[in-house]
Design a protein. Sequence first.
Length: 295
Amino acid sequence: MLASCDIGKLTVNTTSKVLLRAQPSMQQEADYEMAKQAIPGALKTVEGFWIVSPDNERLVKLLTEGYCQYGTAFVEDDWEVAKFAKDLDAIDYHNTRSTHIFTRCLNFALRTLGSRWQKELFAETDVVNKLIAETGHGKRFPLLFAGLALGSLINHNLSRVEMISYISTVEAMMNRVIEIDTKHGPPANKAHAAMPYIALGMLHSARAKSLGGDSDKARSMFEMALKVTDNKMLLPRTLMAYRIGLQTNDRKFFHDQLKMVIETPPSVWPEQRLANEVAHRKARRYLSKEKDIFQ
């Protein structure tokens, strides 16, 4: 009987419980560079455990969130630095790397969503909309991260016409997450509650009004993200300042909102200290480029 047991799986399944409980330690990290260097190794360790025990839902959950958040906080940060520097080779490199990272996030999310999602996500509009509408609150977590990952993949592949067509899919996915939260109550994790609003704010502020953008909708989405986090999450305000400031050419709004971010210590939300450090990093970068942005 002992010989028939998979000791590796038993060990991994026990360890996964500890890893899930330990996850907040990284979210509370105050040192951006330490987190940037530590997270890739941690993700690969968890992925190694998942190879041993591929049916472990706790590991899949950690990898889904981990890859999406690593891509957003660090890989995209390098990409943004390259964009401001107008370094075309670096932009291309980090676009490619972002695509790989967010594809991993999407694949893990789809694994949890199930075979129907894996088959129908890129089907005709009516099929996809039915799929999204029929996804219940039990799949709220993978639905959220699948939408975030797909939105990021679009953003890093704007030269591919077929990718642009999935913008409406991302919007429908985020709206469905909000519907679920409205009906069943938001998740205990307030950062997760804010994410669909941030994503919709990004979508509505991605284009000028003449091209279908809507700064009013974008602002209302970012403000909802601030509301559900009791104004403790600084990233929505940072993104709102930058994206709506550019979209409406409102330098005062841009400057005032970013100044508000800088004047709020990242420690205002200890449980999401790393996310607030990322927000501060972006806010300082945007303010340093203000004269160039509003020439």
